[in-house]
Design a protein around this ligand. Structure first.
Ligand code: NAD
Ligand code: IPM
Ligand code: MN
Length: 364
């Protein structure tokens, strides 16, 4: 197939700023590799609330359904935080999209780019040992989706409650993904849970052990979430594939992003069993820097590369983007949040980053 339809959902905050750069890079890819991408843009999140009165308008969902893949920016911000939870951008659009398309498999690859160890916030000897992990996060279950969820009672007796729940089959399918991924990488899966306290985690551990029997060539370790967060800082080089439930994966992936230098470097793919996917930066709408043209577009650009790789099977084009991003970073072409304060005057803007990476794709 040579013509693809991409649903483009920029969303809120820095979403539209970094999306513009990803589209620039995808335009370069089209020129270079000869296939065509038909972008169809839709409102989602806060902007959709403002324009259509709801965070996930029917036209947006229909547009996603009619596409080969979804390229998503980020949603949410202070403007919509006062709304009832189900009407907010995150609970009303992003989670329903993940649920609707059964995007249970969230892949978040984080690595310290070789030569860029000094950008990482860790001590030099720790960063020098390297860091290259794939966070495999279950995305459509756990405490995010478990029922009942809500509020009950009154006054000081009022309660808020969420339900953390996993079925064997939900754990099994994400565990298989982690073991298969480990085979193509360092051969080690670290499953993260809280099996010393939580019933969900005890089941999780049992099922992961069962699945491990199909992969005798892969080493399986278990860590409790609290230990895992500290081990990530103590010696991150020990990890290869991190297998996590929805909530622990959310937390650990932000930590993984920051170990590489910035939230703005971490892309993600959210896939279903048919490799249909939604591709988005792991970070959010960054209201603190939105509108200034300084956000790092790399996570959005690398998410576009994942879209080409997983949903469109355009591996060469995906690799060209990865290489172009590496070129920018290794040549010191960086946005400000990656730089120490005394070097901020050398920072590149969001659009300078996109221009450089698009150009590098064309010249590859
Ligand atoms: P955030 O990820 O938006 O920001 C955390 C910190 O990282 C901020 O200091 C921000 O400036 C920085 N950062 C994030 N992306 C960056 C980039 N590309 N370049 C440079 N710096 C970057 O998290 P938050 O502040 O907790 O959340 C803000 C809003 O985004 C909330 O409404 C939240 O719910 C939402 N959110 C949305 C998504 C999503 O749509 N996928 C993901 C996470 C958070
Ligand atoms: C992420 C985000 C989302 C999550 C929020 C915005 C619902 O933090 O993609 O990591 O918690 O999954
Ligand atoms: Mn998150």
């Amino acid at each position: 197939k040579q013509n693809y339809r991409i649903a483009v959902l920029p969303g809120d905050g820095i979403g539209p700023e970094v999306m513009a750069e990803a589209i620039k890079v995808l335009d370069a890819v089209q020129q270079k590799f000869g296939f065509t991408l038909d972008y169809q843009q839709y409102d989602v999140g806060g902007i959709a609330i403002d324009n259509h009165g709801e965070p996930l308008p029917p036209a947006t969902l229909a547009g996603c359904e009619a596409s080969d893949a979804i390229l998503f920016g980020s949603v949410g911000g202070p403007k919509w935080e006062g709304l009832p939870p189900e009407k907010q951008p995150e609970r009303g659009a992003l989670l329903p999209l993940r649920g609707h398309f059964d995007l249970f498999c969230n892949l978040r690859p984080a690595k310290i780019h070789p030569g860029l160890e000094s950008l990482a916030p860790l001590r030099a000897d720790i960063a020098a040992a390297g860091f290259d992990v794939l966070c495999v996060r279950e995305l459509t279950g756990g405490i995010y989706f478990g029922k009942p969820k809500g509020r009950e009672g009154e006054g000081e007796d009022e309660t808020g409650f969420d339900t953390m729940k996993y079925s064997r089959k939900e754990v099994r399918r994400i565990a298989h993904i982690a073991f298969q991924a480990a085979r193509g990488r360092g051969g080690v899966v670290t499953s993260v849970d809280k099996a010393n306290v939580l019933a969900t985690s005890i089941l999780w551990r049992e099922v992961v052990e069962e699945v491990a029997k199909d992969y005798p060539d892969v080493t399986l370790n278990h860590l409790y979430i609290d230990n895992a967060t500290m081990q990530m800082l103590r010696y991150p080089a020990q990890f290869d594939v991190l297998l996590c439930g929805n909530l622990f994966g959310d937390i650990l992936s932000d930590e993984a992003a920051m170990i590489t230098g910035s939230m703005g470097l971490l892309p993600s793919a959210s896939l279903n069993a048919d490799d249909f996917g939604l591709y988005e930066p792991a970070g959010g709408s960054a209201p603190d820097i939105a509108g200034q043209g300084i956000a790092n577009p790399v996570a959005q650009i690398l998410s576009a590369a994942m879209l080409l790789r997983f949903s469109l099977k355009q591996e060469a084009a995906a690799n060209a983007i990865d290489t172009a991003v590496s070129k920018a970073l290794s040549e010191g072409y960086l946005t400000g949040e990656l730089l120490p304060a005394e070097k901020r005057d050398q920072a590149k803007s969001t659009s300078q980053m996109g221009d450089f990476i698009a150009q590098a794709v064309l010249e590859s």
